[in-house]
Design a protein around this ligand. Sequence first.
Ligand SMILES: NC(=O)C[C@H](N)C(=O)O
Length: 169
Amino acid sequence: MHLQIFATGGTLDKVYHDALSDYRIGDPVAPGILEEGRVDFRYDVESLLKKDSLELTDDDRALIRARVAACPHRHIVITHGTDTMTETAAALAGIADRIIVLTGAMQPARFRNSDAAFNLGLAVGAAQSLPAGIYIAMSGRIFEAGSVRKNRAAGRFETLADDRHPETP
Ligand SMILES: NC(=O)C[C@H](N)C(=O)O
């Protein structure tokens, strides 16, 4: 497997600027996480955008779509802010013959209690085991695009169908 990772920003890649007491999007954290994970596959990480996903425009989504559509690799993970991840997933609809998995984090990867490494690992596992399609890997689950929303109050992603996870035994 050759995995293509496109980084677009989001909290996953945020760094804290103490002097300004705010957050900026830093360089992609994915290479460091994959190195720490001692992965045994080839990959490329390319930074397409460095934005909070609340600031993504239609042009930004068109760029992401164009780069995914032109990617020669079948396995693609997109790191993305969580607030509008479902919108970007929707904007990728119709791209065939690729396994496209979007993931992000509720806490910056640079924070000790971050969900970033867990979520990226989940996305990598999903990308190599699912049929072609567009998916979101968050909250320890794999969702098909269009069947998921972010529950901001609860701090997790959940299915549109039922908030109480009835399929979970
Ligand atoms: N956790 C996050 O990524 C939220 C952030 N506002 C974003 O969507 O980029």
